[in-house]
Design a protein around this ligand. Sequence first.
Ligand SMILES: [Zn+2]
Length: 518
Amino acid sequence: MPPEADPNTHRSDADRALLERARGLAGERAARSLRLSGAAALWLRAGDDPALMVLARPGDPVLDRFDGTVADGGDGLRLLVGGTTPGNAAALRAELPNLRPVPLGLATSAGFGDRLGLATPGHALALERTGAAGMVAPVFAQQSIREMTRTRRAPQEVVDDATWGAFAAGWRLPVGADADHQKTADDVRACLAAGFTLFTVDPGEHVDDAAERADAAELRARLERLPWRELEDDWEGLKRRLLGAPLDLGDRELAISEEELTRAAVKYGAAIAHTLSLYRVLAASGAPFELELSVDETAYPTTLPEHAYVAAELRRLGVAVVSLAPRFVGRFEKGVDFRPDATGDLATLAATLEGHTAIARSMGPYKLSLHSGSDKFSVYPLIAAATGGLVHLKTAGTSYLEALRVAAVHAPDLFRQVLAIGHERFEVDRKSYLIGARLEAVPRPGDLRDADLPGLLDDDGARQVLHVTFGSALDAVGAELKRLLRERDAAHEEGLARHFARHLEPFVPYAAQPPRPG
Ligand SMILES: [Zn+2]
């Protein structure tokens, strides 16, 4: 990892002695988390009983900033042992400001959704090994409201778990935090209070998919029902702005027909109004934030005229977006690679990615955001090249599957329980996810020898069944799974690092440098 200044340089003899003492106390595995703040050393005691450790001279005010018990630390020093509590997480972010999430701007970035709150060290390791650290800006804290509900995690826990994970990994660069798939003003307020800085607004419930097929009379009726007052607009004004001349997209022009504009406005008009209302909640908060607009979970691919309409409207209304997630052509199912369908194959995708990029560059600029981005290995080279690095990659469930891989190898009985729950719950839990798996093709726990269990994590059908039933599995055996991952933290990190290297490598040659802390 690109280090901050070597903590050993420009230090007094007394500081060097304190660091040496801290290294000795921390031990080899925890020493990577060791950071100096003022004249104090901080690290995370790893393993199954994690704790915040602070070594300082007697009377150092840092000892008052954390909750914990203070005892003799040897060499005339004091040692504080504190819990990984919300209060200590907040104090740690104040002490080590790079751990406090910030807006990441247009830097190439990647989101690492982590349902268990234990995957950040593995994600950090993947960034370091691929040379992506310092190139691809990480969003370690990222969870949708849907997933917070299913994992019973509060927004603050999501942010705090990522704080502890980044601290454990010795992460010294900026981090973002993505409140994903925000649907209501209440979602936004709860996540603002927790310190999220990227707000992914999902106005999908306000997207009118009927626009795709409606006839002229029906379109006309729906057009009249749009919330024109909230949009501060009317149909004549919209036509004047977007139909007068082809749009100049830099490397190309885009001419929009009246019918295309009508369908675009009917499909996305109310969604724009809803996005505007959430943007106003964010802007009124005074907190630093950036906004992503996601329409990836809608019924039909986003066409170029539709994207251009959305971009133009956002700009007219003063809604600055840092990234936008269209619904791309083809199938982006959870936890498996891209699949072609009637809407397009990889070649169609590559061509439309260039068009979407031209819009994002010339009408933003903002990044294209790739949702359901886990395991889309055939798409990464295409989107990295098409966007030239003006891209955000969003992953989530694939990290949970790597956690299950640890169970499949080291705790076969636990894994069999998770698989049995997957069979029981799949048909209910799959709702609201895009999934192609057929349950009957997935082996049952009794059909498999222990040695065959890890192989299920490489089977598309089994991956999807396990992927969508996480909430039910965690309700039943979440505590056991987390205990296992703490005991086997090295195996867990190694698996994540290997898996995420494949996600990150294609982006590194195109990655734009993220802003450095001042
Ligand atoms: Zn999404």
